[in-house]
Write a protein that binds this ligand. Structure first.
Ligand code: GRF
Length: 232
């Protein structure tokens, strides 16, 4: 078997998505070596999850730095010391400088709770309920200097139900994130996804639209009628 993909995961909070990666790894469904978990909040519960899973937790409190540049440079140091091939932002709630983002072009992905390009930024659940949209969801995208604006690799739509609150919708979207994120990271481990000239390549071909993970766990490639196999 190929060597596991070395990754670093950045978090700010609960770390339930980090846990989904750990679980997939432990279940033999995700060939990754999670070398470090870095949080900008020392109190983040996700750091404990890392520790329990035998992963080095690194707390890098952004409040200890005078400028964004100084924080980002320390963050880059913490990442590069682990020499990852992929950096996963899993609930990392800091805006990153362009210089930092550019350093990791093509090897840094983010999870965002909306069907991008809709609802970039914060409070996506509240905003979509206020607008009365019928579909929400989550996206995994390459990180570029434009906030939540990088090329989208895959999305999981979630139907909004009558009577949904931000909490009920968040719970269903997060359940989909826990399925989607390990799936996308597995494509990286398998060398199936890349960024080229600002476009997502999947199996060497440009993706016209994001890959969809349906609510019944089918993966649909936009330009083909066939569906992909989900992980074991
Ligand atoms: C996720 O819902 C993600 O979409 C957003 O932040 C949340 C992090 O949750 N960016 P967790 O820390 O992984 O539980």
């Amino acid at each position: 078997m190929a060597r596991p993909l070395p990754i670093v995961v950045l978090i700010s909070g609960t770390g339930s998505n980090l846990q989904s990666l750990i679980n997939a790894r432990d279940g033999g469904r995700l060939p990754v070596e999670i070398r470090r978990v870095v949080s900008n909040r020392p109190e983040a519960a996700g750091l404990k999850r890392a520790e329990r899973a035998g992963i080095e937790p690194v707390a890098l409190d952004h409040r200890m730095f005078d400028t964004r540049e100084a924080f980002d440079s320390a963050l880059a140091g913490a990442i590069d010391a682990a020499a990852p091939r992929l950096v996963v932002l899993a609930g990392f709630m800091r805006i990153l400088t362009d210089g930092f983002v550019t350093r990791y072009t093509g090897r840094m992905i983010n999870l965002h709770p909306s069907l991008l390009p809709a609802y970039r930024g914060l409070d996506t659940y509240e905003r979509c309920l206020r607008d009365g949209v019928t579909e929400h969801g989550t996206s995994v995208h390459f990180v570029t200097p434009e906030l939540d604006g990088g090329p989208v690799i895959a999305q999981a739509p979630v139907a909004v139900r009558a009577g949904d609150t931000a909490e009920s919708l968040r719970a269903r979207v997060q359940a989909r994130e826990h399925r989607l994120l390990p799936e996308v990271v597995r494509w990286f481990a398998d060398g199936r996804v890349a960024l080229e000239d600002g476009r997502v390549l999947f199996n060497g071909r440009p993706l016209e639209r994001p890959i969809l993970l349906t609510e019944d766990n089918r993966l649909i490639l936009p330009d083909e009628t066939r569906t992909l196999e989900t992980g074991p």
